[in-house]
Write a protein that binds this ligand. Structure first.
Ligand code: ADP
Ligand code: ASP
Ligand code: MG
Length: 415
């Protein structure tokens, strides 16, 4: 008997028929003798609608009230799923975040889970009841409702799996696994059977939204085995039909051959900022990035040129597009002190990344990327690398072209 957490994403609970389909999967896992806890998202589109309503009443909403509104989508689906399961003869009950509780920090709209008290839930599971838990929501130290950031139900599910010491966390979605790149963009993308936490973390953080980045981070830190699989296929999670996200050791132990590049990710959610004629002296970079960090704005790629005349230089970097206005405001405020010339910004950019643990031991991976893009006439604006990833910033209109060309160049196309 295994304890497993099942998570159903928005499309997998998108209407009543799909909720019934999810209930059948849950019932089948219970019938196999497994102890099951379930996390659900809001119905697909529901959270977008809630966000839209908030924006219609306020330009700068009180984040606490924003969270009260957007967290409600998940309350609908936990109740509906519990009702359907009961009708199917499965003992089930819904929970909401404050009843458990799922404790988070107070960073509304992007809260982090601190602790899940599973005492009572584990007791009900042992007694044969299936708990249905809302993804995305938490409870702040002040006792207010928080949300975990868009796509956050993945993180709720992995955190619950860690807290319950579950054997596996099955993420049911609308694709049958993690692919070498987004299958909606590249038809020849291939399903990956096993991917390491590290690669999945890079893929998610570089734009592959099949899993929320934070969920992969949590899975890696707590060694939660995660499976991504389709809720529309007949196969059951326990037969392992999807993609397993696991430790590198597990992949090596199975003798699976790893290609140098495992996947290609892209993101159009970036914006490029250039601060021109920055005086070239110690402390300037800290003075530029300090206020951005203080404003909780994540800076990603950074380039600073050597100044030709030794007096001033340009610094270019990327921020999430949603934070661009705030970033520019922060920099304008620092202008008098820093004495740079101006702040330029560009939202017409996309970041394309190639990812693979095999890069650690292979030379020439970056060169192949640059040559491939050059052959397509795509100009590279900024480059950044990590041990297992190379990212480039290009004009947004070339995103699909770049992703497809790189997919072919690294031999990832399906036959
Ligand atoms: P859910 O609502 O179930 O959480 P999401 O829409 O958040 O589902 O995530 C699933 C989607 O992620 C897929 O439909 C697919 O278009 C997209 N996606 C992006 N990159 C990848 C990838 N590398 N592999 C699989 N799916 C990906
Ligand atoms: N419902 C939330 C969203 O749409 C959380 C999730 O689905 O993961 O972002
Ligand atoms: Mg998702």
């Amino acid at each position: 008997m295994a304890r497993i957490v099942l998570k159903f994403g928005g499309t997998s609970v998108g209407d009543i028929e799909r909720i019934k389909n999810a209930a059948r999967k849950i019932k089948a896992e219970v019938a196999r003798g497994n102890e099951v806890a379930v996390v659900v998202s809001a119905m697909s589109g529901a959270t977008n609608q809630l966000v839209k309503w908030v924006s219609e009443v306020s330009d700068l909403p009180d984040p606490r009230e924003y969270d009260v509104v957007v967290a409600t989508g998940e309350q609908v689906t936990v109740g509906l799923l519990a009702l359907v399961l009961q009708q199917e003869g499965v003992k089930a009950r819904s929970w909401v975040s404050w009843q458990i509780p799922i404790r988070t920090d107070g960073a509304h709209a992007k809260a982090r889970i601190i602790d899940i008290d599973t005492t009572e839930m584990a007791r009900t599971m042992t007694a044969g009841e299936v708990p249905i838990v809302p993804g995305f929501q938490g409870l702040s130290p002040e006792g207010r409702i928080t949300t975990l950031g868009r796509g956050g139900s993945d993180t709720s599910a992995v955190a619950l799996a860690a807290a319950l010491k579950a054997e596996r966390c099955d993420i049911y979605t609308d694709v049958d696994g993690v692919y070498t790149t987004d299958p909606r963009i590249v038809e020849k993308a291939q399903k990956i059977d096993r991917v390491t936490y590290e690669e999945m973390l890079e893929m998610a953080s570089q734009g592959s939204k099949v899993l929320q980045t934070r969920s992969v981070e949590l899975a890696m830190n707590h060694h939660v085995r995660v499976q991504v699989l389709s809720s529309f296929d007949a196969a059951l999670g326990s037969d392992l039909p999807g993609t397993l996200v696991v430790d590198e050791d597990e992949i090596m132990a199975q003798g699976l051959e790893k290609s140098v590049v495992s996947g290609i990710a892209f993101s159009k959610d970036e914006a490029k900022v250039t601060v021109t004629h920055v005086p070239d002296r110690p402390g300037v970079a800290a003075a530029i990035f300090g206020p951005l960090a203080a404003a909780n704005i994540n800076v990603d790629m950074i380039v600073q040129n050597v100044s030709l005349d030794g007096s001033s230089t340009d610094i270019t970097f990327t921020v999430p597009r949603a934070d661009l206005v705030r970033a520019v405001q922060e920099l304008e405020q620092a202008k008098a002190d820093l004495k740079f010339a101006e702040v330029q910004s560009d939202i017409n950019v996309a970041k394309v990344s190639v990812i693979g643990v095999g890069m650690r031991s292979h030379a020439g991976v970056a060169l192949k990327m640059f040559e491939t893009l050059a052959a397509k006439g795509i100009n590279i604006q900024v480059i950044s690398t990590s041990e297992i990833k190379i990212s480039v910033l290009v004009a947004a209109e070339y995103t699909e072209l770049a992703v497809r060309a790189l997919h072919t160049a690294y031999d990832l196309d399906a036959a």
